[in-house]
Design a protein around this ligand. Sequence first.
Ligand SMILES: Nc1ncnc2c1ncn2[C@@H]1O[C@H](COP(=O)(O)OP(=O)(O)OP(=O)(O)O)[C@@H](O)[C@H]1O
Ligand SMILES: [Mg+2]
Length: 282
Amino acid sequence: MTSPASRTRGPEFEQQFVRRAGQGQGARVQTGIAELDDMLRGGFMEGDAVLVAGSAGSGKTTLALQYLVNGIVKFGEPGIYLTFEQMPDQIYRDAKNFGWDLRKMEEENKFRLICTSPDLLLESQGENLLDEVIKELHPRRIAIDSLSHLEMFVAKGDLRKEAYRLVSFLKTKGMSSLLIWEAGQMSGNSFSVTEVGLSFLVDCIVALKPVEIESAVRKALVILKMRGSDHDKQLRQFEITPAGIKIESAFSNYEGVMTGSPRRVASEKFTELFRGASEKRK
Ligand SMILES: Nc1ncnc2c1ncn2[C@@H]1O[C@H](COP(=O)(O)OP(=O)(O)OP(=O)(O)O)[C@@H](O)[C@H]1O
Ligand SMILES: [Mg+2]
């Protein structure tokens, strides 16, 4: 069967669409980061709003760009990166250092970088701002970097309302969105997202956080919630490499990683003691 969407996007997209649609749990939007897609049981659910929460320098922008670039390069899905953050040149440059040529993708009408002030996204202005690009690009993915900046421009207590309006708008346009949230130090399962009441608005939350283990700071990724799907519940170590985000093993030998005071689990200590004792006996 040929979907209306696939008719306009060629065989590569069609193959992908069929593959995702065939997974039984609803169509998936693959991040293209194999281990993350495994953690998500195939990818994000199509049309979902995903919150990526993390502290400064945790890799939020890298993850968002990689999601968009993979969407374009691997899955034929155009994308928008909307930022209130940095100067555009810096984003093009940083992306290029990962091997992602955003300018070329823009020339090919597959990508659009929008640098704007948060107040232009508020109320119906946001829809005007995006409508033109949506008509030109037919985007399937969008990343907004970041919702935290939006907070500075809304009246106290209005962030939920504005975020709800934005998320609903993106959904009606058929886009899967990745919304970045700058969280302070997260401890336990609660961090500022839950405090400002954004967590119920989004369908999925991916948290990135630094953890200090044995005097080294490592990066951890965890899926805190995912509506309508099973997902990996473990904290996985990841690194930002010159090719982008690379997800590694789980912190399975540690407990208390989320709360910021990781300890080796007893079984691990026991194994070590046992190993030490048996080596002494040799
Ligand atoms: N080309 C690269 N190769 C390897 N690592 C890189 C590269 N570019 C950036 N990094 C790493 O990624 C980190 C920043 O990641 P990123 O900008 O995605 O984080 P962020 O969470 O968006 O940060 P901020 O809170 O400042 O917006 C850098 O501190 C650096 O460690
Ligand atoms: Mg950033």
